[in-house]
Design a protein around this ligand. Structure first.
Ligand SMILES: Nc1nc2c(ncn2[C@@H]2O[C@H](COP(=O)(O)OP(=O)(O)OP(=O)(O)O)[C@@H](O)[C@H]2O)c(=O)[nH]1
Ligand SMILES: [Mg+2]
Length: 471
């Protein structure tokens, strides 16, 4: 939600935007935090190196097109010892000034090319902001340089929220940091892993700001509500998109020739594979765009997709095993999914035999529903559709991807591993659900009739619910 020209419509007595400075030692994840808050990989430059951000950069966050706050990314503090010594000297020299006035004096008198020029940029932004987010890499011990930084920042008399980053698997270090900060009367800390995103952490961040800057309570509440609504919509859109894929593939049918011709059979198999691959690829692209990750991110972040295709093909040998399916069965021993199944035998509860029986005594309603199948049986036509394993893998892999995207901060730089998803489970009554889909080829594409059909609605709700289930 970056707004290029963040001006509120002119209103007398309008509250100025809340200004938040993101500060901290170099390479602690300041730019990363802002990217994650903006849900955009476009902001700033992130690198695992000191001194990546060289200038103060601004981004505005809005709720429903109404700008609410400005975030300021700042260069990392590098030489806190020299800065502290310099400020100390100024304190002795300018005794009657308050600590904040001394910082003001420092920034107005620093010259270009001064060794502390970088630090001055940070302090200048600190003094112009309403609140500071102090980003901490908890993997580091509470070294003297951090103590000095905190001493300097508290002199600005601005409220400070320490934000713990790199918290994954660092509980002990986190506890130590908490203790040290309590010594500075800083208790309103926040855990916000910029890489492993949770909406809860984002909400808490705004709530902490709300309590520390009361004057902006109402616009911040508006922002919290807006972001929550947006987040729910985003997750729902993702789950609906995956559901659409499952329906699309499970309802798909290829007419099979009656001749037992090997070439014709393999052509059908190819068409089926082609259809499934394309459908999955389409869904993948849509999911990335729903969560604002682009093709470029796929490449940068090494999501196992190249040129829009999954690196581990859905029909690759061994895929069943990778997804924890049917281990021990012949299929898991290196065989592939994607053997199309004969619909009359495998896909329907109404098997060939009962279909034939139905011809003799079928009423109109049975004929209307199963007419095509019955006619096909008489003519000897059969259909082929994606087999159970294929639909299962599609579901498991997309569920895994959806979960990853929902918890992937926009600062994440590492590979997103979605080629193994054996931790995911199929929804209850999965077999019944896919069998119903197979028997309703007309549901393959969205239509008013389909979307209003209570049986379809039930399946859709079940799939969406299972996809969003965090358990
Ligand atoms: N694993 C992990 N890596 C992170 C996290 N936050 C940031 N990083 C990585 O840490 C490095 C530094 O991140 P930046 O956002 O550039 O840090 P910065 O504080 O803006 O750095 P400067 O601008 O140089 O001061 C990058 O390699 C990030 O990918 C996190 O929560 N977890
Ligand atoms: Mg930076």
């Amino acid at each position: 939600m970056i707004v290029k020209n963040p001006h509120r419509p002119h209103q007398p007595n309008a509250l100025p935007l809340l200004n938040i400075a993101v500060v901290g030692h170099t390479n602690t994840g300041k730019t990363s935090l802002i990217r994650t808050m903006l849900r955009s990989t476009e902001f700033g430059v992130i690198e695992d190196a000191a001194g990546t951000t060289r200038h103060v950069e601004q981004a505005t966050i809005a709720a429903d097109n109404e700008p609410i706050l400005n975030l300021y990314d700042t260069p990392g503090l590098e030489d806190s010892r020299a800065l502290f010594a310099h400020i100390k000297k100024l304190q002795t020299k300018l005794k009657p000034l308050t600590p904040a006035q001394i910082l003001e004096h420092f920034i107005t008198h620093v010259s270009v090319n001064d060794p502390l020029e970088q630090e001055a940029k940070v302090i200048r932004q600190v003094l112009r902001s309403d609140i500071l987010l102090y980003i901490i890499d908890v993997r580091e011990p509470f070294l003297e340089k951090y103590r000095l930084e905190l001493d300097i920042l508290t002199q600005s008399a601005k409220p400070i929220i320490p934000v713990f980053n790199f918290i994954a698997e660092h509980n002990q270090e986190l506890a130590k940091w908490r203790q040290h900060l309590a010594g500075y009367h800083m208790h309103a800390t926040l855990e916000f892993d910029t890489v492993a995103f949770t909406f809860e952490a984002e909400k808490r961040l705004y709530q902490k700001i709300q309590t520390l800057v009361e004057s902006h309570y109402t616009p911040l509440q508006k922002l919290i509500d807006f972001r929550a609504k947006l987040w729910n919509q985003l997750c729902l859109s993702g789950a609906k998109r995956v559901t659409e894929l499952i329906v699309n593939v499970a309802c798909y049918r290829e007419t099979k020739s009656t001749q037992h011709n090997l070439i014709a059979h393999s052509l059908i198999e190819d068409r089926l594979h082609d259809f499934v691959r394309k459908a999955e690829q389409h869904c993948l692209n849509d999911l990335l765009s729903i969560f604002n990750f682009s093709d470029k991110d796929v490449a940068i972040q090494k999501i196992p997709v190249s040129n829009g295709h999954w690196q581990l093909d859905i029909f690759a040998p061994g895929i069943l095993k990778a997804y924890g399916l049917d281990v021990g069965s012949a299929a898991a021993k290196g065989a592939a999914a994607g053997a199309g199944i004969d619909l009359m035998v495998g896909g329907m509860s109404l098997g060939a035999a009962s279909a034939l029986g139905a011809i003799a005594g079928a009423g109109w309603s049975t004929f209307k529903r199963y007419g095509d199948e019955i006619k096909a049986t008489v003519k000897g036509t059969q259909w082929q559709c994606a087999d159970e394993a294929t639909v299962q893998i599609l579901y498991l892999r997309q569920k895994h991807l959806l979960k990853k995207l929902m918890h992937r901060g926009h600062a994440a730089q590492d590979a997103l591993h979605v080629d193994k998803a054996d931790s995911e489970k199929l929804p209850d009554n999965w077999k019944k659900l896919t069998s119903t889909l197979r028997q309703n080829p007309a549901w393959q594409e969205p239509s008013v009739a389909r979307n209003n059909n209570p049986q379809y609605q039930e399946i859709e709700a079940k799939l969406v619910g299972a996809l969003l289930d965090e358990g």
